[in-house]
Design a protein around this ligand. Structure first.
Ligand code: PEP
Length: 253
C-alpha cells in the first residue's frame, strides 16, 4: 500500500503567491514518487488556486476542516458538499487545535458522518493531552475513535484514515517528540479498537502518526511504529524538508 503523507499547513502562509510557490516545490518531488500519496491541506482560501496546479493523482489538495451540514446559516463555515464540488478528496477532522477551540467528540462525529456521506475521505485526528502512568490515555483514545465513528458503516471504511497525534508532541511548544514506541503502542490500540468495531474489515483503515515529524525521524516512525503514513505540520511548510520526508516514505517498500 502507498504511504499517505499529509501536510497540514494550518494558518500559513500569509500570501497566495507563497502558497503557490510552496505547493509547486512539493509537487515537483511528490509527482515523481510512486509509493507515496501526498496530500497538502492549505487554508481554505488557497484551495482553488492550488487545485489549479494539480496535474495528477500523486500530489493532491485537501482541507483542514468542514462543517456537518451541506448548506445553511453557518457564518464562516465550509461544507463537505462545497469541498466535494471542488473535487477535493481528503479532509482533516477533529484536529487537536480545533478541539481546543471547543469541538467535542460528538461534533467531530457529526462532521465525520457528513464528510463521508459527501464522498470525502476523512483524516480523523485523535490523541491524548498528556500521558498518565495508569494508561488512562489509552481508554481516552479508544473512546475518541469509537465516538467519532458512530454511524460509519463497513461500506464507508475506504473513506476513513486515522491520525494519531499526541497533543504533547505537536507544534513548536511540544514537550518532546514522541518515541517510535509511543506511536507503535497507540497504533496497535487503534487497530484493536477498529477490529472490535468492524471485525477484520477494520484492518483496512490506514493509521498515520503526527507530531513533530521531520526529515530526521520520518523514516523511523514509518518503519518502527508500523504506521501507514504521517501527518506533518510545520515541516510541511518547507518544500525541501517535506520533500525529504516524502522521499524517505517512498524508499520503504
Ligand atoms: C499537526 O498540527 O498536525 C502537527 C503534526 O504539527 P507539527 O508537525 O508541527 O508538530
Amino acid at each position: 500500500m502507498k504511504k499517505i503523507i499529509i501536510g497540514n499547513w494550518k494558518m500559513y502562509p500569509t500570501s497566495v503567491k507563497d502558497a503557490q510557490e510552496k505547493f509547486k516545490g512539493i509537487k515537483k518531488v511528490a509527482s515523481t514518487l510512486r509509493n507515496v500519496q501526498t496530500v497538502v491541506c492549505p487554508p481554505f482560501v488557497y484551495t482553488s488556486d492550488l487545485k489549479r496546479l494539480v496535474t495528477g493523482h500523486r500530489c493532491v489538495v485537501g482541507a483542514q476542516n468542514a462543517w456537518f451540514e451541506n448548506e445553511g446559516a453557518f457564518t464562516g463555515e465550509v461544507s463537505p458538499a462545497m469541498l466535494a464540488s471542488l473535487k477535493l478528496t481528503y479532509v482533516i477532522l477533529g484536529h487537536s487545535e480545533r478541539r481546543a477551540l471547543g469541538e467535542t467528540d460528538e461534533l467531530v462525529n457529526k462532521k465525520v458522518v457528513a464528510a463521508v456521506k459527501a464522498g470525502l475521505t476523512v483524516v480523523l485526528c485523535v490523541g491524548e493531552t498528556e500521558r498518565d502512568p495508569d494508561g488512562e490515555y489509552l481508554k481516552h483514545i479508544a473512546m475518541q475513535v469509537k465516538i467519532a465513528l458512530k454511524g460509519v458503516t463497513k461500506k464507508d471504511l475506504a473513506h476513513i484514515v486515522i491520525a494519531y497525534e499526541p497533543i504533547w508532541a505537536i507544534g513548536k511548544h511540544a514537550l518532546r517528540a514522541a518515541s517510535t514506541d509511543d506511536a507503535l503502542e497507540v497504533a496497535i490500540l487503534i487497530k484493536k479498537t477498529l477490529m472490535e468495531l468492524y471485525s477484520k474489515e477494520g484492518g483496512i483503515i490506514p493509521i498515520l502518526y503526527g507530531g513533530s515529524v521531520d526529515a530526521k525521524n520520518a523514516w523511523e516512525f514509518l518503519t518502527k511504529s508500523h504506521v501507514d503514513g504521517l501527518l506533518v505540520g510545520r515541516a510541511s511548510l518547507d518544500p525541501k524538508i517535506f520533500g525529504e520526508i516524502l522521499k524517505n516514505a517512498d524508499s520503504i517498500k
